[in-house]
Design a protein around this ligand. Structure first.
Ligand code: ADP
Ligand code: MG
Length: 272
């Protein structure tokens, strides 16, 4: 891999423990009273390096959201071992942040008050909180909208507020479940570029779920193509494009080749 000086992905030494490790993870949801339990994920083995940006793509229902919920400790695994920086998901909660497709902002709070919500819950002193919120708003380009209410914002701006709020607790792992699915293509492209800039500054590890092949290729060091019934990782496609990635990355033949490769793989999985 050719890596630029400001690359956000620093590969680990081979003998270093993976930062996030799924070992033989299976997950079953109980069926109804007359039905057998339904296997959702089967025997997932996955090692994610510190600072890596991994995307999950695959047909609806193949277990992408469940993968994220397992890491977040929102649902337990049925079998296997899952560790995040050597911790169980329950113990790693403080270093993990989740961003959903719906920005889930509180309509009666201003932008600044929404971003500061978690800091309030953590009882951060008001002065520190205001200082942190101001710098987060600066970071996501929303300083001028601090006193606006969610209803006054575009979809892209709402998602920026959601990102700022997720980053307020200085997470080391960022889980994103189709965060930009509701946005138009231009806004999505811009937010993709901003997200990589933020990762380059803050060096968190990312697991990103999307249905957009081009988005997955643009963002990721690796794209995992999942297959359903039961959910599993069917293919792993390394994205050997140098970081930092910019709007120009999308013009490069190597990028287009990778988009075509992932699309083809995904079509194969859909016909399984
Ligand atoms: P994806 O995000 O890839 O669309 P999910 O992880 O949301 O897939 O869901 C995987 C499968 O698990 C689906 O078949 C879904 O119906 C089922 N499922 C998800 N959550 C639950 C739940 N709480 N109880 C029972 N089944 C569930
Ligand atoms: Mg989902």
């Amino acid at each position: 891999m050719s890596l630029g000086p400001t690359n956000s992905y620093t590969p680990q030494a081979p003998n270093e423990q993976p930062y996030i490790a799924f070992e033989g993870i299976s997950k079953t949801y109980a069926g109804g009273s007359n039905t057998a339990a339904i296997p959702i994920l089967q025997n997932i083995d996955l090692a994610i390096g510190r600072g890596e940006f991994v995307s999950l793509i695959g047909p609806s229902g193949c277990g992408k959201s469940t993968m994220l919920k397992l890491v977040a400790g929102l649902t337990p695994a049925g079998a296997g071992k899952l560790s995040i920086d050597g911790m169980t998901p329950a113990n790693a909660r403080e270093i993990v942040s989740f961003i959903f497709q719906d920005a889930t902002l509180l309509p009666w709070r201003t932008v600044a008050e929404n971003v500061g919500l978690r800091l309030e819950l953590e009882r951060t002193a008001r002065f520190r909180r205001e200082e942190k919120v101001a710098s987060l708003l600066e970071l996501v380009g929303l300083a001028a909208a601090a006193k606006s209410y969610p209803r006054e914002l575009s979809g892209g701006m709402k998602m920026r507020v959601s990102i700022a709020r997720a980053l307020s607790t200085r997470p080391r792992v960022l889980l994103m479940d189709e965060p930009f699915a509701a946005l138009d293509e231009i806004s999505r492209d811009r937010l993709n570029e901003e997200l990589l800039r933020l990762q380059n500054e803050q060096k968190w590890t990312a697991i990103f779920v999307t249905h957009s092949v081009s988005e997955a290729v643009f963002l990721s060091s690796r794209v995992l193509v999942m297959a359903p019934h039961p959910g599993r990782i069917a293919y792993e496609i390394p994205i050997d494009l140098p970081y930092p990635r910019t709007a120009e990355t999308r013009m490069q033949p190597a990028y287009e080749d990778l988009v075509a490769q992932v699309s083809k793989t995904l079509r194969g999985v859909h016909s399984l």
